[in-house]
Structures are given as structure tokens and as C-alpha cells.
Design a protein around this ligand. Structure first.
Ligand code: DLL
Length: 434
């Protein structure tokens, strides 16, 4: 069995890594220019030729592409190989518009599986492990990505897909799952169910690989405590292959981007200027090894910061710090920028769990925002429970965090719908009036 921790690549000295990226970029730009009319025209319009790109220092010369381009080119406009060379598609959920379809050759799938295998190894996975995958299978990339990675590592793979919590717990206890892969919100639900059913001593989980949605450090601690595991973050997006574009190592201090396959830049989302190292901005990816759907300078809309501070795990690949969310997750309420993650932090700091929802509305010309959060079972059982006092305490903490008054409703345990995949935290009814 090949060892998917690849020190010769993952701990490569920076100069060597950048030379490898430059070599791959030059080839990739030529390949894409020659095979995708859309890029050909876009580069011509920007006055850039493949010969202008001699290495990573020339990357900024290339035009960006964004989700609207992908939607406009749906379904085949960005395909760089003949359709008969493709073996798979995956797709985004398409909740905010036309679906985006990504194509894969077998080589692309191997590369993606390899990235996920590296993530599993970084979370301590070996062929001795039982890897319980309850990301959704199907068009969503979570299930098949981690499934492929788990096979490569040689773990016994449980392709559970999402939902049916009873069955998840049964397999988890009967087959002794050791690594859990799902969204952090579903991991929180599983943690709740494990404790309610008194199964904590019967499960053998040691690690979890959680991603596909933003989650806070407070939520990480909550999941780690409820399941008795170490929780690792993993990031990716359908357009750039799926999970495994970056992942955490044992340091849990940012996700190493697989720089032998993807070049990351941080740009100012307003001007498109590349920002100096360490600044927060929009993450942009260039795929330098993919064949069927090789995006160049793709604007993810995810906001984060990169760091090249040495990591004690030895990996030299740049780390992305927890994304703050997508630029389109930010709500402007009463003129103030509000991120769901800020609200989550306040709630966890007061002992609540991941069962909350944010409802934004407009009455006349005024925005309203309400946070509904469930009492934990322990809180609900307190003899001295004072819901009004609890609500007041959250209102006050949110006022200092956000600078606006938020209406807060503390509700009974189990009254907020549980998520099995990506959680829907925000219901913004203002869109209904547009
Ligand atoms: O969510 C791929 C994935 C599956 C990643 C399983 C990790 C685990 P999409 O459905 O295309 O792909 O959504 C991609 O989800 O642009 C981010 O906004 C968000 N996202 C993904 N991972 C994280 C993460 C998958 N770890 C979009 N933290 C991305 C925060 C994340 N946001």
C-alpha cells in the first residue's frame, strides 16, 4: 500500500515547490488556451498570450473567472478534453442559480482521491482505520471524495451517506468506526444523539474530518467533547475538485493547501488586486494538474487569510485560516455587516450548542434580525431556569459583538430542525420582497 503522506511533496522546500508550480502552470496555461475557446477568447481580450506566462510571478496577468462565467458556459463550455475522455461529473447544489457542473477524467479522480487520502493521513488515518463517510453521496462531492481517499489509504470504508441517524449509530458501534467524515453540523447532531443514547463508551471514534461549511473554534471544541475525538477541518469546492483542496494536520492551525495541484492567491474582492501576504481577502485558485475542468484564477468568494509560518508538522504547503464564510454569506442588517460565525461564537460562549437559526426580515424600511437558539437539555432541566434572563444576556453580548440590537428567542430543546448535510443557518426573508 502506497503511503499517502508524501513528505517529498508535502514538505518540499518552498523554492523547489514554487519551481514545480511554475513548470506546471506554464504547461497548463498553454493546454487551456489551446483547448478551451472561452479562455482563448478571454486571454486574447486581456491581451495575454501563453508565452507571457513564464512562471508563478506572471499569474496575476491572467484574467479571473467566476461563478457567472461557469453558469454562462454550462454545461460544456469549459471542458478542456473531449467528452469521451471524461468519466464523471459532480455538481453544486444550485440553490442560488443555475447549477455548476464539473467534469473529471480518471486522472482527475485519482488526483482528487489522493488529496483526500492525504487529508485522512493528516488526521491520523491508516489502513487499520474504519472510515465512516456520512457526507452525501451523489452529485455533491463530499461522499465520493472522502470515499476515494479512504480507499487509497486502505481504510475499511463505510459509505453511509447522510441522514438516518439511527443507522449511522448502529454501524458506528457495531463496526467500530474510528474516523468520522461529515459536515460539522451533522457531527454536532451525531454527538448529541450519541450522548442522549448513552453510547459514548461504545463508540471507538478517534478523529473527525469535517468541512463543506464554515464552523467556529467553539463548535470544534463542542464536537470534540461530545464525541471524544480530535476534529479536523477540510476545505474544498466542486469547481476545484471537491474536498481535499486543503486540510488540517495535527496542529489544527489552518488548512494546508495542496500546492502541488492548486495555486492560491488572496485578492481584494472589490478591486481584484492581489493582496500582500497575511491579509484577509477573497481566495482565488488556479488548478495546475487537472485535465477535464482546469480552472485558472477562479474566484471562490470565500474570504480568508493565508500563512506561511512554519508548521510543526513539517508540511511546507501554505495554510489557509478558517474561512470566514463566503462574501455572499455576509448579511447587511441595519447597515451593519453581520457574519453567522460571529453569532455562533456568542452562543457557544454562553454554553449553547449548534442548534440555532438566524431570521432576517424587513418591516417597512427597517431590517429586523432574530436569533432562535435551543436550550441545551441541561439548561432546560435547571430548577432556576429563567428564559428571559438568558435572552437578555445573549442580546447584550450580540450588541457588543455586532453593535446592533438583535431579537433573541431561547426555545425548547429539539425545536429547531436538525441538518444532515450543510446547515441552513440563515433565513433571509428580505429576498422575498426584491
Ligand atoms: O462543500 C466540498 C466539500 C465537501 C468540502 C466535503 C469539504 C468537505 P461545494 O458544495 O461546492 O463543495 O461548496 C463549496 O463550501 O466555497 C466554501 O464556501 C464552503 N466550504 C467548504 N469547506 C469549507 C470549510 C464542498 N472547511 C463551498 N470551511 C466553499 C468553511 C467551507 N467553508
Amino acid at each position: 500500500m502506497k503511503n499517502y503522506y508524501q513528505p517529498e511533496i508535502e514538505t518540499m522546500p518552498l523554492g523547489q515547490l514554487q519551481a514545480l508550480q511554475s513548470e506546471r502552470l506554464v504547461k497548463q496555461v498553454k493546454f487551456v488556451y489551446d483547448n478551451v475557446k472561452f479562455y482563448h477568447d478571454k486571454m486574447d481580450a486581456a491581451g495575454v498570450t501563453p508565452e507571457d506566462i513564464t512562471g508563478i510571478d506572471d499569474l496575476h496577468k491572467l484574467p479571473f473567472i467566476d461563478k457567472d462565467d461557469l453558469r454562462d458556459q454550462y454545461p460544456y463550455g469549459l471542458l478542456a478534453v473531449p467528452l469521451e475522455d471524461c468519466v464523471r461529473i459532480q455538481s453544486t447544489s444550485g440553490t442560488t442559480g443555475r447549477r455548476v457542473v464539473a467534469f473529471y477524467t480518471q486522472e482527475d479522480i485519482d488526483l482528487w482521491d489522493e488529496c483526500c487520502a492525504r487529508a485522512i493521513v493528516a488526521a491520523g488515518g491508516t489502513k487499520e482505520d474504519v472510515c465512516h463517510v456520512c457526507y452525501g453521496y451523489g452529485l455533491f462531492t463530499g461522499g465520493s471524495g472522502l470515499n476515494g481517499g479512504s480507499h487509497k489509504v486502505g481504510c475499511l470504508t463505510l459509505p453511509m451517506s447522510s441522514g438516518n441517524t439511527e443507522r449511522q449509530l448502529q454501524f458506528m458501534t457495531d463496526l467500530g468506526s474510528t474516523i468520522l467524515c461529515c459536515t460539522p453540523s451533522y457531527a454536532a447532531n451525531l454527538g448529541e444523539a450519541v450522548n442522549e443514547k448513552g453510547l459514548k463508551d461504545k463508540i471507538k471514534l478517534k478523529a473527525g474530518i469535517f468541512g463543506a461549511e464554515p464552523w467556529t473554534e467553539e463548535m470544534r471544541r463542542d464536537i470534540e467533547n461530545s464525541l471524544g475525538i480530535k476534529a479536523y477541518d477540510i476545505y474544498g469546492l466542486t469547481e476545484i475538485s471537491g474536498p481535499g483542496v486543503s486540510f488540517e494536520c495535527e496542529e489544527q492551525a489552518g488548512m494546508h493547501i495542496q500546492e502541488d495541484h492548486f495555486i492560491a492567491e488572496i485578492i481584494d474582492p472589490k478591486t481584484g488586486e492581489v493582496l500582500p501576504k497575511g491579509e484577509i481577502g477573497e481566495l482565488v485558485f488556479t488548478c495546475i494538474t487537472k485535465k477535464a475542468f482546469p480552472l485558472l484564477r477562479y474566484r471562490t468568494r470565500d474570504l480568508c487569510r493565508l500563512t506561511r509560518k512554519p508548521c510543526s508538522c513539517g508540511r511546507t504547503h501554505v495554510r489557509m485560516l478558517k474561512p470566514k464564510g463566503r462574501s455572499d454569506d455576509m448579511m447587511i442588517v441595519k447597515g451593519v455587516n453581520v457574519w453567522p460565525s460571529q453569532i455562533e461564537t456568542v452562543l457557544f460562549n454562553q454554553g449553547y450548542q449548534a442548534n440555532y437559526q438566524i431570521i432576517v426580515d424587513r418591516i417597512g424600511n427597517n431590517d429586523t434580525i432574530e436569533v432562535q437558539v435551543e436550550l441545551t437539555p441541561e439548561m432546560a432541566a435547571e430548577a432556576s431556569l429563567n428564559v428571559a434572563a438568558k435572552e437578555k444576556k445573549i442580546v447584550s453580548a450580540l450588541k457588543s459583538m455586532l453593535g446592533i440590537t438583535v431579537n433573541v428567542k431561547v426555545v425548547e430543546p429539539k425545536s429547531i430542525v436538525r441538518s444532515e448535510g450543510k446547515a441552513v443557518r440563515v433565513i433571509d426573508k428580505r429576498h422575498l420582497y426584491q
